[in-house]
Structures are given as C-alpha cells and as structure tokens.
Design a binder for this molecule. Structure first.
Ligand code: G6P
Length: 370
C-alpha cells in the first residue's frame, strides 16, 4: 500500500505533491511552440461558433463547482462573455435560459456525477453546445459532451479533491485564453504574458510544498477548534470556499467561507474572542477593502491567519496574528497557488484529529445518484 502511495502516508498528500506534474501535463501540447499562444486542437467548436457565443453556463458539484467560480472570472475578465455558475443539483430547477448560442461547460473529475450528467443532458436537449472538463477520458460525461478538455491530473484516489481541482483551474485558464484569442479580446502580448506566468506555476507550487512546517503548526492549532471562518474577496472568496469545503470534508471542523464584505450583514455576530479566521488577502485590487474587513474581525478578538504576498506581511501583521506568504503570480492565476496551503492545512488538521484522511465519513469519491 505504501508503494502505491509513492512513499507518502496518504493518497491525499501524494496527490497534493503531484500538482506540479498535473499542471505541466495539463498544459502540455496546449501551448504552441512559440510559448506565447494557446492551442486546443481537441476542440470541435469552430471559430464561428466561438464568435457567436452569447452566454456561458458553468455547471458542476463540490470542488469542481469551486473551480468553475475561478473559471467564470477567467472567462469574464479575458473574454467579456457573461458567465453564470450553478451547482448541478440546482441548475435544472431554475429554468435556465439556454439557446444554440449558449456554451455550457460541465466540470467533473470523475465524469460520472449524476447531478452533473443530468444537468448537461438537459442543457444539450435545449440546444446548448456542451464542453466537458473532466479527468476521465471514457467517462459518461466525456462521452455525452460535444467537446472535451481532459485534465491530465492522473487518477485521484483521496475523496478530498486536490490535483483535480487545480488541473481544472489550468484547463479554465487555457480555455479562456483560447476564447480570447479567437474573439480578439486580448492582445497577443497580454496572452503571452499570462501563458508565461502559467508556465512558472509548477515551480512555484514546488517551492510551497518544500516548506510545509508553518502550515502544519497552524493546522495543529486549529484542530482544537470546532468552528472557524474563511474570508476573502473576488478570487480570494472563490478559493476561500474551496478551502472551507476541504477542511469540512476531512477534519470535520465546522467552517464557513464568507465574502469578506458581507460579514457585517450577519455573520459578524458569530465572531468572538479566539475564533480562528483565515483571511485570504492575495488580490491586490481589493486588498485595502479586505484589510478593513480583517480589522472588523480583529476588533472582535478573532485569531487571524492571513494568506498573502511577502510585501504585505509586515503591514498585515498589525491586524492579524500570523501571515503566510505565497509566491507571486498574476492575480487571475493566484488561486492555483493560494489553494495549496489550504489543502495542506486540511490535510494536517485531519491528521491531528486522528481522522481517516483519504476516506472521510459519509462521503464518496464519486456520487452517482441524484
Ligand atoms: C463528490 C466528491 C467531491 C467532488 C464532487 C464532484 O462529492 O466527494 O470531492 O468534488 O463529488 O465530483 P466530480 O467527479 O463530478 O468532480
């Protein structure tokens, strides 16, 4: 068993460490020889179809849904097409507006999630072009979709998804860049800059994985708590939601992810002396606003850990108890880095609580019932 785990104690830790490879494998063959452009030769979607897309709907469950939240930002900011994101179990029941100019993107590691499959069938029946982002080539979702972008994360065994999520982010970045190229919404220079930054991500992840000690110590600290909060704005909020889900799944600590600015509309009532708050503060454009929300929880005695960039650490330490710096990339790509310490945090918190990390109670790797 240890051999299958490549020397790691659990599949989850092994899979966290496989992320640099998963990023590289998912990018391979999808960036042209100049290193400046995205090519997606697998797509049947024609340039004309791409030019005619009027709206995009992203549908998925669980962690894949959280990847979709980042995908929405990537597509809206780079391509300027309106994007909606839905959890698959809700999608069909809200009469979504689908036309032949709708691109539906379904995201599923396994390609077998019943709710996602049912939602995509409904979208297809209503005339949408369905593109699947999945990790399993021969899966039901891959077979039923009009187009498939395969994530090359390799088999994911741990119930808590890690490398599948980050590979889905890479797939979304590639897709958004490709759509932007076809629709001419970004200059070739802008595309080249993002592609270059993407190619640096695997090494940046490696540098974080080489230094787990601070996160491990913090995980042991929070493992003694029953409730905690994640806060962030923009893409930090999207990552906060994934961090919170990961922690719940395997540590069984109750946590909530809040859009930092929304706290004062209710949830702030739950902040009391000593409650851990994990503040994601990586998005420079909203940093000042996030800092003012950090001050709100600090004033109520919260025990705050910030995830940020090196240059913000000193300033933040005036209002937080500790700060963890992640490597710097473009704001849009930051989720592919900022989620890594949160994955490690969940892993070590689960371990500290003596839980079955790879097989958490009540959960299944793939949910094939609606
Ligand atoms: C299950 C898993 C989650 C996963 C979700 C969607 O609930 O426990 O980790 O995110 O299904 O799975 P999919 O295979 O569709 O990505």
């Amino acid at each position: 068993v240890t051999a299958e785990k490549g020397g790691f104690e659990h599949f989850m830790l092994k899979e966290i460490h496989e992320q640099p490879k998963a990023y590289r494998d998912t990018m391979r063959g999808r960036i042209d020889e100049s290193g400046k452009k995205v090519v997606l030769p697998e797509l049947k979607l024609t340039a004309d179809q791409i030019k005619n897309i009027r709206n995009i709907q992203i549908i998925a469950c669980g962690t894949a849904y959280h990847a979709g939240l980042v995908g929405r930002s990537a597509i809206e900011s780079l391509v300027r097409i309106p994007v909606e994101t839905d959890v698959a179990s809700e999608y069909r029941y809200r009469s979504p507006i689908v036309t032949p100019e709708t691109l539906v993107i379904v995201v599923s590691q396994s390609g077998e999630t019943a709710d996602t499959l049912a939602a995509m069938r409904e979208a297809k029946a209503n005339g949408a072009h369905v593109l699947a982002i999945t990790n399993v080539v021969g899966s039901s979702i891959a077979r039923d979709a009009d187009d498939v972008i395969v994530t090359l994360a390799g088999p994911e065994i741990a119930v808590a998804s890690t490398k599948a999520y980050t590979s889905q982010l890479i797939a979304f970045y590639l897709l958004a860049l490709y759509l932007a190229e076809v629709r001419g919404t970004q200059t070739p220079e802008a595309v080249a800059q993002i592609v270059a930054a993407m190619q640096a991500l695997p090494e940046q992840v490696e540098s974080m994985l080489a230094k787990p000690d601070a996160i491990k110590a913090y995980a042991e600290h929070i493992s003694k708590h029953e409730h905690l909060f994640f806060i962030g704005r923009g893409l930090d909020y999207a990552v906060a939601q994934e961090g919170s889900l990961k922690l719940k799944e395997i540590s069984y600590i109750h946590s909530e992810a809040y859009a930092a600015g929304e706290l004062k509309h209710g949830t702030l009532a739950l902040i009391e002396e000593g409650i851990p708050v994990i503040a994601l503060a990586t998005q420079e454009a909203v940093l000042e606003k996030t800092v003012s929300n950090i001050k709100e929880v600090n004033a109520r005695g919260a025990d705050i850990m910030a995830i940020t960039h090196e240059e913000n650490v000193a300033g933040l330490l005036k209002s937080v108890d500790q700060a963890f710096a992640i490597p710097k990339t473009l704001p849009l790509l930051t989720p592919a880095l900022s989620v890594v310490p949160l994955q490690l945090l969940s892993y070590y918190a689960s371990l500290a609580r003596g839980n079955d990390v790879d097989k958490p109670r009540n959960l299944a790797k793939s949910v094939t019932v609606e």
